[in-house]
Write a protein of this length. Structure first.
Length: 259
């Protein structure tokens, strides 16, 4: 099993599903994914609070401790984050964090990245800039920010919302660290992103939102007498005693810290 950083430097990019609880994580480990991230929207919505306001630090830390028992690398979305939060999730078993700039001063975010890497040098810091997130996008500002973050010691940079191939290629060319993008259904394919040089593809809140939609659709099907899919996990499968060996890819490699 390769260490987490090495998963960003293989022939194919790391496809990173994002989870919001232990059940979703176990299913994805069983499906063969070697690494999982958390989704801040999923955790926030599941706890009845808003995303993006750093309201779920306690819930995220508790979830990290539980996820760390699974045979997968775990990286945690700590929103804007802090040195204390990054250190806490690392102590709980995370191998990495997502830290977003929320379009605040880039120099302040770079300073935070530098402080986190000084305090927890082994933690994989994915530095996110929100220059395209729910915005039309500013390529020049994106390149300025990701270069600052890479120079501050970020292990990867993340530009969620970027969609155009030319913009993605420019981001990849701008830094020597791996580039992470958010998968946008209908805009991206893994093959195209691979050709552009992307090294990590996150699902963000996509799986959580898909689960919500599937839950409503199933309830409506029951109510309205429509067909309900039968290709679902059984009660026994979901309720099974956790087996730490399930979903563990076979390998002779043992290096690295496993989440």
């Amino acid at each position: 099993m390769r260490d987490f950083a090495a998963l960003h430097r293989t022939a194919a990019p790391l496809v990173l599903p994002n989870v919001w609880d232990v059940a979703s994580a176990r299913c994805l480990v069983d499906a063969g994914f070697p690494a999982l991230g958390t989704t801040s929207l999923g955790i926030a919505a599941a706890n009845g609070v808003r995303d993006g306001v750093n309201a779920t630090d306690d819930q995220t830390l508790r979830l990290t401790r539980s996820l760390a028992t699974l045979p997968a690398h775990i990286t945690v979305d700590i929103e804007t984050g802090s040195v204390a939060t990054a250190a806490a999730v690392a102590a709980a078993g995370a191998v990495g964090v997502n830290m977003e700039d929320a379009m605040g001063p880039a120099t302040a975010h770079a300073a935070l990245i530098r402080s986190v890497k000084r305090e927890v040098p082994g933690l994989f810091v994915n530095a996110r800039t929100d220059t395209y997130w729910q915005r039309s996008g500013d390529l020049a500002e994106t390149l300025r920010r990701i270069r600052l973050y890479a120079d501050a010691g970020a292990d990867a940079v993340f530009v969620p919302g970027v969609a155009e191939s030319a913009d993605i290629a420019a981001v990849v060319a701008a830094v020597d660290v791996p580039v992470n993008v958010l998968f946008l259904p209908g805009r991206h394919t893994v093959a195209t992103l691979t050709e552009l040089g992307v090294r990590r593809i996150s699902t963000g809140s996509l799986l959580f939102r898909a689960a919500l939609a599937a839950s409503v659709q199933t309830a409506l099907a029951v109510r309205d007498g429509l067909t309900v899919g039968t290709d679902l996990p059984s009660y026994a499968e979901v309720n099974a005693e956790p087996d730490v060996r399930r979903g563990w890819p076979e390998s002779d490699e043992t290096e690295g810290h496993f989440g």
